[in-house]
Design a protein. Structure first.
Length: 255
């Protein structure tokens, strides 16, 4: 059995020069951080003493960690390219009472002030999507993961998971949408949905309702026909979703 001293000699520490034939001159330059010496992790101080039982991230890595986390959240969010500058502050209500109420409710949702479900019903080109995307972006700036979905494309992406496995599978994608801290369903009801699409939307909204997870919905349809009104299935589904989106004190529906 190899002696521990011989084992330790083989461990290469950051900043220690190594000699590899043909590798050129060896740098004796020490790592930049004098605290972690390039490891990125340190044992914390607790009441003035080092706690060797655990490690924490060194402060030298905090900024890069935050940038990487934001990059991952942005990629997951799926906001369209070029939509990363929208804010609530630059949204113009132009004296429109409905938009003023929508903006107020959006700020309440972001601040945790009693709004969990936020639904805006209005005609096209009135700023619904601007507000929805701005809520998404602001939540990510707060460090909270969010997912944006333009509903017709969103359902197509889910369906593509039927033939996939792992993180690309339908089951995994659906579970992620059910549990992401903030979900945006933009233009719900814009196109007629199949029975599968209606059932999927119901499952997502029911789960988020039961667990009080933030939900943003925009639509240009009345809620009692948001899933359509061509048959009894669509009418019943619309009634159920209307109930979910309006029932509780923490639901805001702006017309």
């Amino acid at each position: 059995m190899e002696q521990i001293g011989e084992t330790l000699k083989k461990i290469k520490l950051p900043g220690k020069p190594t000699s590899t034939p043909g590798a050129g001159p060896v740098s004796n330059e020490l790592p930049d951080c004098p605290i972690c010496h390039g490891f990125g992790w340190v044992c914390p101080l607790v009441d003035g003493r080092v706690d060797y039982s655990r490690t924490v991230r060194c402060k030298c890595k905090a900024e890069s960690d935050q940038k990487e986390r934001l990059a991952r959240m942005w990629k997951y969010c799926r906001l369209p390219d070029g939509e990363n500058t929208k804010t609530l502050d630059d949204f113009e209500t132009r004296g429109n009472k409905t938009l003023e109420q929508a903006l107020l409710a959006a700020r309440q949702l972001l601040s945790g002030d009693g709004v969990i479900f936020w639904t805006l019903i209005s005609d096209s080109n009135r700023g619904k999507s601007h507000l929805a995307k701005a809520i998404c972006l602001e939540k990510m700036r707060q460090g909270t993961p969010a997912r944006y979905g333009f509903v017709p494309d969103f359902l197509g992406e889910l369906k593509d998971g039927f033939d996939q496995e792992g993180e690309d599978s339908f089951r995994y994608r659906l579970a992620a949408l059910m549990d992401v801290p903030l979900l945006v369903l933009d233009d719900l009801g814009t196109e007629n949905m199949t029975s599968w699409g209606i059932e999927t939307i119901q499952r997502i909204i029911n789960h988020r309702y039961e667990h009080k997870l933030l939900l943003v919905v925009t639509t240009n349809r009345a809620l009692d026909e948001i899933c359509g009104k061509r048959n009894d299935v669509e009418r019943l589904a619309s009634m159920r979703l209307e109930s979910r989106l309006k029932r509780e004190p923490w639901c805001r529906v702006i017309y």
